[in-house]
Design a protein around this ligand. Structure first.
Ligand SMILES: Cc1ncc(C[n+]2csc(CCOP(=O)(O)OP(=O)(O)O)c2C)c(N)n1
Ligand SMILES: [Mg+2]
Length: 125
C-alpha cells in the first residue's frame, strides 16, 4: 500500500497513523512537505497567512502516536536520498514514512495554466 499525501491534508488526517501502527500495517507513506497549502497558493494569495500551516516534526510522529511504534522515518531532500529510502522501503518489513521536501511554489504546469486563466478572468482582463 502506498499513500501520497500533502502536508496540509496530513495535518487533518494523520491520527490514522496510530491505527495503522496498532494493526501492524506497513504502508509506504510519501508525505509531500511544501510548507502549506500550495494548490491554494496557486489559486489565490500565494503569501497569505491562511495558506501557511504550522511546521511539524513529521518524522517523530509515529513514536508520538503509538507507544509500540515500529516505523522507519526519513526526511529526504534530493533524488539520491529518495532513491536510498525507496530501496529500503522495498523490504516492506515495517511502516515507512518518507517526508519529501519540496519547494513551496513548485506547481505543475497544467495547474499553473488553469490558475493563470482564472486569475485573468477574475480580474476582468
Ligand atoms: C476539510 C477541508 N478543508 C479545506 C479544504 C480545501 N483545500 C483543498 S486543497 C487544500 C490544501 C492542500 O494542501 P496540501 O495537502 O499540503 O497539498 P499541496 O497543495 O500543498 O500539495 C485545502 C485547504 C478541503 N479540501 N478539505
Ligand atoms: Mg502542502
Amino acid at each position: 500500500m502506498v499513500l501520497v499525501v500533502g502536508d496540509g491534508a496530513a495535518q487533518l488526517t494523520i491520527q490514522e497513523l496510530g491505527s495503522m501502527l496498532r494493526d501492524g500495517q506497513r504502508p509506504l507513506i510519501l508525505l509531500l512537505n511544501n510548507e502549506g497549502y500550495t494548490v491554494e497558493r496557486a489559486i489565490h494569495g500565494p503569501e497569505q497567512r491562511y495558506n501557511e500551516i504550522s511546521l511539524w516534526n513529521w518524522t517523530q510522529l509515529p513514536q508520538a502516536l503509538n507507544l509500540d511504534s515500529r516505523a522507519e522515518c526519513w526526511k529526504v531532500s534530493n533524488v539520491a536520498q529518495l532513491n536510498d529510502a525507496l530501496a529500503r522501503a522495498a523490504r516492506r518489513d515495517r511502516l515507512m514514512l518518507l517526508e519529501v521536501m519540496l519547494p513551496k511554489m513548485d506547481i505543475p504546469p497544467l495547474l499553473k495554466a488553469v490558475t493563470d486563466a482564472l486569475e485573468a478572468r477574475n480580474s476582468g482582463r
